[in-house]
Design a protein around this ligand. Structure first.
Ligand SMILES: [Zn+2]
Length: 525
């Protein structure tokens, strides 16, 4: 304990009507595609940051991203907002943060901003009571950096073509510390380096050579990055080194901005390599095992640097994930003989669109209906009436065909969700949590648990379903004011922001779907 902390605690003890001073640093770590079973599978090998948070923190082992389209953008939007995607308005990756009016600084790539995000986050709630609060949010992905923070114009950075950047939404120029970090060109220096196993071969039970991995090429260790530096800076985004680079950048920002020294600051980091490795090699691979061990190792280093600087008594850490993942259908069939498919509605929806073109006498093809990850969108209902087509009859016919396809479990009209028993029917509940009334979704399609949506010519493991594998995520609180333990009660990622709010003594400024998990908190005063 520092002398300053001692004095402030002494003041609080002598005058108990004054609330306890708030922690100086809130660290929010999101691991992209982290399944909670990884903690139990490799428990004895997790000796770094993941292990530390799991054993010293309050671990909600039955945690969920409890919405239907379990993708990166919707998942990140729930974490500090306390709201379902139905309320954040972020219901799919493809319309997450893309914004051509917010170009990148210092590099080229897709412009990005939180323009579609609705409502407020813990950042806004905290700044309302403490205007000195500062925020740094970092990720390899634009959506991973932007969406936890909401619409607030903070220090928000992500990775593009070997550089960390932000968009015009946040700033006109990159600050000196970001420019200095980029000038070291660390990702370009990764050319010809190899990803090798952290531990001896015998520490990994998983076979290294599985036919379905990584599109059938480069399936075994070591995984060597390209010799060309520009290609290496792109390829590094898919190997463990990207997470260590992201954490190093976050730490340099934390030092440059002097976070955690005065009021309460927020450091949000979203780590993307687990997602890249999980997609390419699957959740049962030797590669994902090594990625999780390396992530554990990097996080141990990162947390030590933060605690050395700020002090354990001044910090709160939250760790969660934006979604889980489903294994390769090919692996499921090979290992269990169970039904598991890659499902695509592209041919069917395209055929319906061309039929409607013919009815309308359209000279150029139109996208009357659009399908994206379980959601069928109807564009411009008025045009259906103009050509004498009843929307309901088109949708009924389409639903009848879809529900007969291999791998499809259910087709539900959004209007029918309101009648569902949300306690006993998690699929219906997750769709209700997902769809905003104005989202334009006219049908929802849910696959059987081991099946996935197909991406043409990209034979990867996938997430995106309202299934146990995709929705189950770890939720861990650690640090000052947290009551350590393993909590078996179901918790949701929308509970994270209200819980942090209760811990900090700040109230939400807008509607919140989650609730404070006070069972995991010490009494405040
Ligand atoms: Zn993913």
């Amino acid at each position: 304990m520092t002398f300053a902390v001692y004095l402030s605690l002494l003041g609080w003890l002598l005058n108990p009507s004054t609330p306890a001073p708030r922690p100086k640093l809130i660290v929010v770590i999101t691991v992209d595609q982290l399944r909670p079973d990884y903690f139990t599978r490799w428990k004895s090998q997790l000796t770094g940051g993941l292990g530390q948070l799991a054993t010293e923190g309050a671990f909600f082992t039955d945690g969920y991203q409890d919405h239907a389209v379990t993708e990166t953008a919707p998942g990140h939007s729930t974490i500090l907002s306390g709201m379902w995607p139905a309320h954040t308005g972020i219901i799919r990756n493809s319309e997450g943060v893309q914004d051509s009016l917010a170009p990148l600084l210092g590099t080229t790539g897709p412009g990005a901003s939180p323009r579609r995000f609705r409502g407020t986050t813990l950042v806004d709630w905290l700044k309302a009571v403490d205007p000195t609060t500062r925020v740094l949010s970092v990720s390899r992905k634009d959506r991973g950096a932007i969406l936890p923070i909401g619409r607030s114009k903070e220090q928000v950075y992500w990775y593009q073509s070997g550089l960390f950047t932000t968009s015009r939404y946040y700033a006109d120029t990159l600050p000196t510390w970001v420019q200095a970090f980029n000038a070291r060109r660390l990702p370009f220096k990764a050319a010809s380096t190899s990803w090798t196993l952290l531990l001896p071969d015998s520490a990994y039970k998983e076979p290294d050579n599985e036919a379905w991995e990584n599109g059938g090429t480069g399936v075994v260790f070591p995984h060597v990055l390209p010799a060309d530096s520009v290609r290496a800076a792109a390829a590094v985004a898919s190997v463990p080194a990207m997470d260590s680079l992201t954490l190093l950048f976050a730490l340099e920002g934390f030092e440059a901005l002097k976070l955690g020294r005065k009021g309460t600051d927020i450091l949000a980091v979203s780590l993307s390599t687990t997602d890249a490795v999980g997609h390419a090699f699957g959740p049962d691979s030797r590669e994902i095992h090594d990625q999780v061990l390396r992530l554990d190792h990097y996080l141990g280093w990162f947390l030590k640097r933060l605690t050395d600087r700020v002090g354990r008594d001044n910090m709160v850490v939250v760790l969660t994930a934006d979604h889980g993942v489903t294994s390769y259908p090919e692996r499921t069939r090979a290992k269990t003989g169970g039904a598991a498919y890659r499902v695509s509605l592209d041919t069917l929806v395209t055929a319906v669109n061309r039929d409607l073109d013919r009815l309308a006498g359209a000279a150029t093809p139109r996208e009357w209906l659009e399908f994206d990850t379980g959601m069928l969108f109807l564009h411009d209902n008025g045009r259906f009436a103009a050509i004498g087509v009843k929307t309901d009859s088109v949708l009924d016919a389409l639903a009848a065909r879809i529900v007969r396809m291999q791998g499809v479990a259910r087709v539900i009209r959004p209007a029918d969700l309101a009648r569902a028993d949300t306690a006993s029917d998690p699929v219906a509940r997750r769709w209700l949590h997902h769809l905003a009334p104005d989202a334009g979704v006219v049908l929802t399609v849910t696959l059987q648990p081991a099946s996935i949506w197909d991406i043409p010519n990209v034979p990867i493991a996938m997430h995106g379903q309202p299934s146990e594998d995709d929705a189950h995520v770890p939720i861990i609180f650690w640090g000052r004011g947290v009551r350590r333990g393993s909590y078996a009660a179901r918790a949701n990622t929308v509970d994270i922001a209200p819980t942090l709010g209760a811990l900090l003594g700040v109230s939400p400024l807008s509607l919140v779907d989650g609730h404070a998990r006070t069972e995991a908190l010490e009494p405040r005063n």
